[in-house]
Design a binder for this molecule. Sequence first.
Ligand code: ME8
Length: 515
Amino acid sequence: VRNNFYLTTPLYYVNDVPHIGHSYTNVLADCIARFRRLQGRKVFFLTGTDEHGDKIARAAKAEGVDPQAFVDKIAPRFEKLWTHLGISHDDFIRTTQERHTRAVQTVLERLHKKGDIFSGDYQGYYCTPCETFWSGGQLVEGKCPDCGRSVETLEEKNWFFKLSEYQSWLIEHIQANPQFILPKSRRNEILSFLKTPLLDLCISRPRKRLTWGIEMPFDKDYVTYVWFDALINYISGCGFPENGARLKEWWPCDIQLIGKDILRHHAVIWPIMLKALDLDIPKTILAHGWWTVDGEKMSKSKGNVVDPYQVINEWGRDAYRYFLLREVPVGQDGDFSEEAIGRRYQNELGNDLGNLVNRVFSMVKRYRQGVIPGPASKSSSGSPETRSLIKDSLELPDQLEGAMAQYDFKKALEAIWRVVDTANRYVEETKPWELAKQEDAKLDEVLYTLCEVIRILAIFLGPFVPDTALKISEILGVKPPDDGSWKAKSRWGELRPKGVLGPSQILFPRKDEIG
Ligand code: ME8
């Protein structure tokens, strides 16, 4: 297997400010990126913004500014949110960047020359908010089948991309590669969509109607359809077309994260574009579910759009990440509410993890002056309770790798939390406060065992709740592995006795205490 790992998120439209939905995709991607780095993979993690097209032009107009000024103002808000959330992307691509526009024009030229792009007359309907053409038969009660809004009638000359030519190839590709579209339900959805013949895709917009787009290199009267433009970012972001060596280093992409709303673009149009260009197809497209808020669809008009800054302010960014990763299995829809995140904060983060770390470190301070005691003597491997806790923690790396190979974040977190629970139970069963009265050797064994479990847990927590993992490591005075040595470092007994614990920190303060 190659060591490089390339992953992407959608490029978000800059006609809106980023909300919890966008941040969900980036948190999932970030967790994968951090996990792969932990495994020693060389990662390239790309995110960015989608800045052309009608939607953006209209939003700019509504604010009375020119589109470039408008996108220059909004794009940094996405970057700022990712920094605030601790997203570890390696590059941020904007579709108005020169590296991208050049790539798009190269693609257009190649496919035009090859005959996969042709000119034709378009007659039908157009949904402006969705920027999608529809035939009369596709409309639902005369409205856009995707968004239900009114459509406009259109008749004009345009440029088309021969999607239909590649339909049977695509079906075969999907059938031969069960990992290509995940989860399986989405794969079935695409396969059933492909049972009806594909229409060729209109990829141009006449300048008289829209100027805010990438000029078609072979017809100056047209600009490029925003989706055809934006999808190309996944290759323009890694060297296409000039830097062949870089492209070869990263392409094909290992995983592309998207929401289920844009599955067809990524699982139909995009692979066909790549095939036509003679480039490899991404290994996996992972389509996640949709977030609602208090059971309702988020919308500006309802005023219920969740601002990530507010949630982070209230609960902290690790709790925010934890909630998103843990609340629902990745393909399913989720519902955000203050109560739901509050519950996870209080139970799993506060009472389980926070309490474990806090009580163990306080006991080391109280009974051993903050010095980590030595492990049980080499000859005995400790009491049965100790051995069983050690066994659980040793099984974690494989369980995590298994869960993350299926992008099952929830399962991975559940596995970690089983060890947290076992460790808490171990405290209850061994009763260090009783041992402190007479049994010194036994108390050493128990405290060492607990510190060592916490050290190992911090390694595994890194991809999910990075700040918390770092805080724990700091208190223990250890450096979290970042060079692929995580399995070696999570072997039992790596923690050196005699280390002095750093200042304690309450990881997840009780809400009534922080007010
Ligand atoms: O579609 N729940 O951009 P976009 C879950 N520019 N995920 C959500 C969400 C929600 N309620 N709302 C948004 C575009 N998302 C194009 C993409 S790619 C070359 C071009 C996330 O700003 C989810 O990832 O509308 C979804 O697919 C994406 O934001 C749509 O972002």
